[in-house]
Design a binder for this molecule. Sequence first.
Ligand code: NAD
Ligand code: TDX
Length: 361
Amino acid sequence: MRTYLVTGGAGFIGSNYIHYMFDKYGDDIRIINVDKLTYAGNLENLKDIEDKPNYTFVKADICDKDAIAKIFAENDIDRVVHFAAESHVDRSIKEPEVFVQTNVLGTAVMLNSAKAAWENEDGSFKEDKRFLHVSTDEVYGSLPDDPNAYFYETTPIDPHSPYSASKASSDFLVKAYVDTYRFPAIITNCSNNYGPYQFPEKLIPLIINNCLAGKNLPVYGDGKNVRDWLYVMDHAKGIDMATEQGRFGERYNIGGHNEKQNIEIINIIIETLQELLPDSDPRKANVTKDLITYVTDRKGHDRRYAIAPDKIKAETGWYPETMFKDGIKLTIQWYLENEDWMKNVTSGNYQKYYDDMYSNR
Ligand code: NAD
Ligand code: TDX
């Protein structure tokens, strides 16, 4: 039975990935989820699988060498799938240090611990061990408003925010381990994800939450920045395919071929909520375009992201399966059916975060 060490599995993409993997492989795999449970980590995301005998949760910081070494010493790990990171660009602009700590140092600890556990005496590595580093398209910087311009794996790395600089640094560390030690690692660079369990600091769940609360919908700048949206389960599938079929030392772009301006996304959410909310729901009357509020732009705001996922398609057969119109409906439906989840994550510290982040915009 193959054993996976998943970092950051209590977060948005990690928890969807764990669900995807158990749905796909059932009891043929074991998953150990190591997560520090920062504000973004939520064990409620995994409630339905927490009692599975082939699932274990370990609360630990990936920067804690001893804790990570202990997991490797006590388990024969076959795959590391490394999600754990500070992931929000706006937070990185306010507090860059924790991004360097977790995203750079934490990745170094994960690489070094896996290397120590997997290395033979002659410097080669044990058979069939793989380290998948989950990264982002933001490492490539920003594209012009030219519909023919895309991020390829060969696009120069040119990060702008502290978040993307820390992710680019972690990508380079992975590359250094491959180049120096022939360490068995693969990198994926994915575009913006959306779907269930996403923390409402990110655009799509924030807009859904604000619509339902009748609050203003903050649009940064002119609202015409473009992101390439991918349904999170398609990302989970791509990570699994890249882990198993990817070549060591290669990076694979994963994206939805679904570019949209932020203002388009907001309008689609308003329209979809109008369609899904019953007339008897008193919130329905509040969900209108009047809530849209243009606010001060994000500092250094990247203009456009668009992924060319040709390489992963050619080498593994992966492609984005979920059409945005279907994925966004599934997502909004999920938030409507899981209002307690939203209430729990938006109580407490979230209010303070929201007031700090948006009061001066
Ligand atoms: P998230 O913020 O929802 O989850 C991050 C998880 O990591 C949380 O569970 C958190 O508790 C955990 N974590 C943070 N610091 C930790 C530490 N020091 N030790 C252990 N655990 C820690 O993030 P996400 O959106 O799920 O992103 C997951 C990964 O995917 C990140 O590496 C991110 O850079 C990458 N990514 C995200 C997107 C996106 O659109 N969200 C797109 C491309 C790539
Ligand atoms: O209130 C908002 N208003 C707004 O206009 C928020 C939160 C965002 N925006 C804009 C900024 C971006 O152009 O919406 C776009 C999407 O913003 P985010 O959801 O914060 O995502 P982004 O900055 O694009 O980064 C995301 O995609 C790549 C993830 O957070 C990263 O972890 C991932 O690597």
